[in-house]
Ligand binder design. Structure first.
Ligand SMILES: Cc1cc2nc3c(=O)[nH]c(=O)nc-3n(C[C@H](O)[C@H](O)[C@H](O)COP(=O)(O)OP(=O)(O)OC[C@H]3O[C@@H](n4cnc5c(N)ncnc54)[C@H](O)[C@@H]3O)c2cc1C
Length: 428
């Protein structure tokens, strides 16, 4: 008997079994695939239900994956992450994932931006499919089974200590996810275990996170979307992160796709103690001079209008008065009375309008966690740890964080598939 403790009973279920810890996207695919190859698989999930992150993904609609070709998908990740994911993304592609879901009766569609969703717009359908797949190949699922510790025994097998008992296994797949949205169960337990077992943990940082700014936006602006702008994080007059897309002004600061994408790199500067100014370019497709030309044309087309009327057409209406105050132009000034300096001053603001400085980029509110188990300590063709034999990792516990668009779930599914296959057939 291994890992014995007087406080816990020891359940020797089967030394040859694979234990998967964590019933999210990565863990469920890993468990299903290993069992479909004939392995005896036990999945331990701390929550009373599987796949809570899947249920909240894509606002409950679940952006399952992306419809881009595999090369394009891989390129969405940072260079070291792309290199690591290449094998897994080819081994278990977006199309292979969708084929599986279609077989399970989940119809999907691709949006113009490549995001793939279930036609039902119900993440529960994706989760149901994964549960059915696991049922069919006899994966044993134990809910409300939080794993407390993993021990490697002298003979290379594992003892997994849960709240109730200690279970032994020939190999373990750790799929405990990241460290954000902790209420969903991802409290970063896996990082602690992996560190204890000798792995390097790349520091955990927020990614795809809303940004809290100071001063907080005026209440009038709250809920205002700024469509198709470029959001910039500026430090020491340099743009340290930028993204073109939509920004949503909230009561605490900024959200929306462009904000989420900017957050990861903005945080790298913020943690150095730098002041980060969040600015928006309302007209990213036009240079300063082109926008100034547009202003000249707009003014010429209706010179008797007030500057407020024009500004309300150029930016979200609720921001117009504030922008004119910033440009020191009276609201009722007629366009034909606008000086060249006033016009160019306004153009400058439209190209770089400050929405406040970064106050916080909270790790817990990130859709993903950047950082995690160092990729150079995991074999990308098997997902086996190079530090501990028989230990496999998949999903967000790895030092991987992709952009919005279905890439993170695909990364969890692809790495889970590879981990499941190799845990079942370790000689491969
Ligand atoms: C609000 C939100 C929206 C998102 N939307 C999308 C989207 O639309 N598309 C997309 O691609 N990505 C999206 N993501 C990201 C995506 O959900 C994750 O990257 C993905 O779920 C990671 O999968 P995983 O299997 O690694 O981890 P998770 O899905 O987080 O699963 C980990 C599981 O491990 C369990 N666990 C943790 N510790 C223990 C323990 N000690 N014992 C037992 N079990 C444990 C947890 O309870 C959890 O169920 C979103 C994330 C959030 C937070």
């Amino acid at each position: 008997m291994k890992g014995s403790s007087s406080l816990y009973s020891i359940t020797m279920i089967n030394e040859q079994q694979i234990i998967v810890i964590g019933g999210g996207a990565g863990g469920m695919i890993a468990a299903w695939h290993a069992a479909s190859l004939g392995a005896k698989v036990l999945l331990l999930e701390k929550n009373p239900q599987l796949g809570i992150k899947i249920l909240i993904s894509g606002g409950g609609k679940c952006n399952i994956t992306n419809g881009a070709d595999i090369q394009t998908m891989i390129r969405q990740f940072q260079t070291n992450e792309s290199r690591f994911l290449k094998y897994a993304f080819h081994k278990f592609t977006n199309l292979a994932l969708l084929d599986l879901l279609h077989t399970e009766g989940v119809e999907t569609y691709v949006r113009e931006n490549g995001k793939v969703f279930p036609k039902s717009h119900d993440a529960e359908d994706v989760l149901k499919a994964l549960r059915n797949m696991m049922d069919r190949v006899n994966v044993t699922v134990k809910l409300q089974s939080p794993v407390k510790e993993i021990f490697v025994d002298p003979d290379g097998t594992f003892s997994i200590k849960t709240g109730r008992d200690t279970i032994t296994a020939s190999s373990v797949i750790v799929a405990t996810g990241g460290s954000s949205y902790q209420k969903t169960g991802t409290t970063g337990d896996g990082f602690r275990w992996m560190k204890k077992l000798g792995h390097t943990i790349v520091p955990l940082r927020p990614a795809l996170t809303p940004i809290i700014v100071s001063p907080a936006p005026p209440s009038l602006w709250q809920g205002t979307p700024i469509r198709d702008c470029t959001l910039m994080a500026i430090s020491d007059k340099k743009i340290v992160s930028e993204w073109r897309g939509d920004v949503l002004i909230t009561h605490f600061g900024l959200s929306g796709p462009a904000t989420l994408e900017v957050s990861r790199n903005a945080y790298l500067e913020f943690e150095l103690g730098k002041t980060i100014n969040m600015c928006v370019d309302f007209y990213p497709e036009l240079s300063f001079e082109q926008l100034d030309e547009k202003m000249i044309a707009d003014i010429a087309s209706a010179p008797a209008r007030t500057i407020l009327t024009l500004t309300e057409q150029l930016v979200p209406q609720k921001l117009a008065e504030y922008i004119l105050v910033s440009a020191k132009i009276g609201f009722i000034k007629k366009l034909n009375q606008l000086s060249k300096n006033e016009r160019r001053g306004l153009t400058t603001i439209l190209k770089r309008f400050s929405l406040g400085t970064v106050k916080e980029i909270p790790l817990d509110r990130g859709e993903v966690t950047a950082g995690g188990v160092a990729l150079n300590e995991v074999d990308p063709t098997t997902m086996e740890s190079t530090v501990v034999k028989g230990l496999y990792l998949c999903g967000e516990i790895l030092d991987i964080a992709g952009p919005v668009g279905g890439y993170n779930l695909q990364a969890a599914f692809s790495t889970g598939f590879v981990a499941g296959e190799n845990a079942a057939h370790p000689s491969k």
